[in-house]
Design a protein around this ligand. Structure first.
Ligand SMILES: [Mg+2]
Length: 113
């Protein structure tokens, strides 16, 4: 099957699906935009980590500056915090609850050993 045929088949399957991407509110649009932005920032961080590990092609390694990786970590965290705010998630509480869950699981696993 050629790419054009494959693309047309994929397009038809989109039309057949019942996906409804109507975003009615500014908040919904902001959640979607920040979710996409988070993926972009994660990609940039992954790119820098690949450079640190020297797993990039030479042309990318030539332009890499280690200090940029710090900025990418910050971008990821800032975007997560922005997304959480828009989604009305209390990050302090979410992290505290999750850490408690992880610690409980680890204690349980330790007892089972
Ligand atoms: Mg960035």
């Amino acid at each position: 099957m050629d790419i054009k045929t494959l693309q047309l088949r994929a397009e038809k399957s989109i039309l057949r699906s019942n996906l409804d991407f109507k975003l009615n509110t500014t908040r919904e649009k902001a959640i979607l935009a920040h979710t996409v932005k988070l993926n972009e920032e994660m990609g940039e961080l992954c790119n820098d980590i690949l450079s640190i590990l020297k797993l990039q092609r030479a042309s990318k390694l030539e332009n890499f500056e280690k200090s940029n990786m710090y900025a990418e970590f910050a971008d990821v965290l800032i975007t997560v915090l922005q997304l959480a705010s828009i989604a009305q998630v209390d990050m302090e509480r979410a992290i505290r609850d999750k850490m408690k869950k992880i610690e409980t699981r680890k204690k349980k696993e330790k007892k089972e050993d």
